[in-house]
Ligand binder design. Structure first.
Ligand code: ATP
Ligand code: MG
Length: 204
């Protein structure tokens, strides 16, 4: 028995958080026997148009509501506190500074992110620092994902695990569109998050 902790990090815009995120995080946690998973809401994501993103405090509030009933789920709000754009490599460094132990870190990401990982800042350094956990995502080709994992392992000695999660074709974009079009979002995200969206008249 080793007492080195295994910790997962899950970055995202979470605009809003939904069951795709939660199922992925929980499946990875139980599959890899992680001690905790930290959700890392992005401030101004490098890959997204910052103007169209919901206020960070509202996105944070929704993440808090969504994870309240899971004792393993926590929040690392480093990126939200930064005025400037943040990159995962900096976030990982800040996280390592925050926890004093020498935990093994896992970065959980859906296939769409893993396919474009070579556009991330200092991704080669990231491969040295953390183990990636890639999950299939509906709309992404699994064959391509597995090819990409082999490619990254061969070229950069990346450590990447492929975890099978039940496919949920849920995305924040789709949820925002449904709200705009007056369609139901029930059962796509936790009730408490749905209530929060209604109360704050989000995504109208
Ligand atoms: P948007 O449509 O606004 O991009 P999103 O649903 O993709 O939102 P993000 O916050 O961009 O959510 O995603 C955070 C992480 O969760 C990413 O690594 C993404 O690939 C992963 N993810 C999101 N939804 C799913 C899903 N249904 N299945 C697997 N992975 C998912
Ligand atoms: Mg996305």
């Amino acid at each position: 028995m080793s007492d080195t902790k295994k910790i997962g990090l899950m970055g995202g815009t979470f605009d809003p958080i939904h069951y795709g995120h939660l199922v992925l995080a929980e499946q990875v946690r139980s599959n890899l026997d992680l001690d905790a998973i930290y959700f890392v809401p992005s401030g101004r994501p490098p890959h997204k148009d910052g103007n169209k993103i919901t206020d960070k405090n509202l996105r944070l509030a929704m993440v808090k509501l969504a994870i309240a009933d899971n004792e393993y789920f926590k929040i690392f709000d480093y990126e939200l506190k930064k005025e400037e754009k943040t990159f995962t490599v900096d976030t990982v460094k800040a996280f390592k500074d925050m926890i004093d132990s020498k935990a093994v870190l896992y970065f959980i990401t859906g296939a769409d992110q893993l396919m474009k990982i070579e556009s991330w800042k200092e991704y080669e350094k990231l491969f040295e620092e953390i183990i990636f956990v890639g999950a299939s995502r509906p709309g992404n080709d699994d064959v391509q994902l597995i090819q990409q994992i082999h490619y990254l392992k061969d070229n950069y000695h990346a450590r990447i695990l492929h975890v099978e999660v039940p496919a949920l074709a849920i995305s924040s974009t789709d949820i925002r569109n449904r709200i705009r079009e007056g369609n139901s979002i029930k059962y796509l995200l936790p009730d408490r998050v749905e209530q929060f969206i209604i109360e704050n008249k989000l995504y109208k």
